[in-house]
Design a protein around this ligand. Sequence first.
Ligand code: ADP
Length: 192
Amino acid sequence: MNLILFGPPGAGKGTQAKVLQEEGGLIQLSTGDMLRASVAAGSDLGKRCKAIMDRGDLVTDDIVVGIIAERLDQPDCANGVVFDGFPRTIAQAEALDKMLATRGASIAAVIELKVEDEALVGRVAQRSLETGGTRGDDTPETLRKRLEVYRKNTAPLLDFYRAQGKLTSVDGMAPIPEVSGAIRRILKDLKG
Ligand code: ADP
């Protein structure tokens, strides 16, 4: 089963994707983590993406669609994946539907983590403290930019997936275990 965790920066997508990976055996595919790995490795791709990420903009659709397509072909993804931070534009969502269809797969559900803006600011500040500022984009200014990009480019995906009948929302303001519980119930309903 393939899922998408959806929400603004700091909504808790990565946290819940890790829970789904540990409990449900789904593979977490985080484009943010993959891009940061490229930056850390100093690859050409990383060099092209670093400045864009540091200022809170989106890297091009071609780049992220390419890295996801490559990763999906690895055997561990066959049992299902949880997309975290992808897709972020309508073009990415359309490319994802196509790439899954050619592999005989599809998205089972899109789970939106709903969190208020003020809470996001606090969470990202906390993460920045915890990671010692290793993420160049976890500053208040860049977060503001990322939220703006989220609203403009990514939030329209909510309607895209609602139209496909795949969207469900959970209260992302609740404590982590409660959010995990709400997601578990959605998956149980899906499996029938
Ligand atoms: P966030 O906590 O803001 O959701 P991510 O770790 O998912 O952060 O992404 C960090 C940055 O990586 C984004 O601001 C963007 O520059 C880049 N990025 C990640 N995923 C994508 C994507 N699907 N499309 C374009 N850019 C992406």
